[in-house]
Design a protein around this ligand. Structure first.
Ligand SMILES: [Zn+2]
Ligand SMILES: [Zn+2]
Length: 346
């Protein structure tokens, strides 16, 4: 089966069509590659010139006899900048800014959950696993309590979590443990916490829960409002919280990315292998706009932290450079970013 090849994706995503045309699970191999042949199952979507979004994003590579030469996107001068020499590939500690991101370039995770909310494992288990898999930092971003996340943390719980984090930081100095929070946005894009409460945390992931709505603007307006909020560090799951569960609606990713660029908000690339296929479709455009991206496993158990590797492979296929990926920064650089909001100069 020939590899599918990425071409310029549509920036308006019809989530209803995407649901129908979604890549079957079996199409993702153990190596995290998307194989060809999945697009034929899609329902026609008239918003992208009669193609399904999946068809619009992938096309069969015509040269089946050269299946290993189709890593690059079809754009011109970007292609040569992303190639690695043997020295670069074997030097895991010194990725150049314009190298395509690799799994080994990801230094830490910023989206994970613990038993303080719906995570399966204790904070300590998460930290120990992060250390075992060689991560330099781990951000725990438990859900703040909302109508959707009734088992989420409150501010009181966040304060006791902070105490435990301080203790773990002393006991596991190899892992820089950060305290983030994942906050739901309501229907007009406002967050459920006021600014003072948001400032308690090291960073804020804002996610738009499944929403009801049939046309483009309400959903897009909601996400644009979130991406424009200066207190939001990362726009979580921009294409949907487990896409098959998003009810419906059209999403204008160009507007979302423009808002993220203007607001200095990073955008998440969901690395969960069950729902990662589309978050990378607009990554290249995000990179053009200078939007920082974060490869996030949204790990609800310790073993899922390693899903960042799958996300990095997708990001590499999408043509993303290390300099676009927030969690390729070192722990010190990341903390500087969280203070200043700017990525280091490549
Ligand atoms: Zn959760
Ligand atoms: Zn989450």
């Amino acid at each position: 089966m020939p590899r599918a090849r990425l071409r310029d994706p549509p920036t308006t995503i019809n989530l209803t069509c995407v649901r129908a045309a979604r890549v079957p699970r079996g199409a993702i191999t153990g190596g995290g590659r998307v194989t060809g042949g999945h697009a034929a199952t899609g329902t026609p979507c008239h918003r992208v010139r009669g193609e399904t979004p999946a068809e619009a994003m992938f096309e069969q590579h015509p040269q089946e006899e050269h299946p290993h030469e189709d890593h690059e996107t079809s754009s011109s001068d970007d292609d040569c900048r992303g190639r690695h020499t043997l020295d670069q590939v074997t030097d895991l500690n010194h990725a150049a800014p314009y190298d395509l991101v690799r799994p080994c370039d990801v230094k830490g995770i910023l989206h994970s959950h613990s038993r303080y909310c719906d995570g399966a494992h204790t904070l300590e288990s998460m930290v120990v696993t992060a250390r075992e898999i060689g991560l330099e930092y781990l951000g725990v971003s438990d859900h703040f309590r909302s109508a959707v996340h009734r088992d989420g943390i409150t501010l009181d719980k966040a304060r006791s979590q902070r105490d435990e984090i301080e203790d773990l930081r002393r006991r596991y100095p190899e892992v820089d443990l950060l305290q983030g929070v994942e906050v739901d946005a309501d229907h007009d894009g406002a967050l459920l916490l006021d600014d003072a409460a948001l400032d308690f945390f090291d960073y804020v992931i804002a996610s738009v829960p499944d929403t009801v709505g049939g046309d483009e603007d309400p959903l897009t307006d909601q996400i644009v409002a979130v991406a424009s909020n200066p207190r939001v560090t990362i726009l979580g799951k921009p294409v949907g919280d487990f896409m098959l569960r998003r009810s419906n609606g059209m999403l204008d990713m160009e507007r979302v990315l423009q808002a993220a660029a203007a607001g200095g908000t990073a955008v998440e690339i969901n690395a969960n292998p069950c729902c990662a296929e589309l978050d990378w479709s607009c990554c290249k455009r995000a990179q053009e706009l200078g939007v920082a991206m974060v490869i996030s496993p949204d790990a609800h158990r310790a073993a899922r932290l390693v899903d960042f590797r799958h996300g990095a492979e997708l990001a590499q296929d999408a043509g993303l450079y290390c300099s676009s990926i927030l969690n390729t920064l070192s722990s010190a650089e990341l903390r500087r970013y969280l203070t200043t909001g700017t990525m280091p100069e490549p």
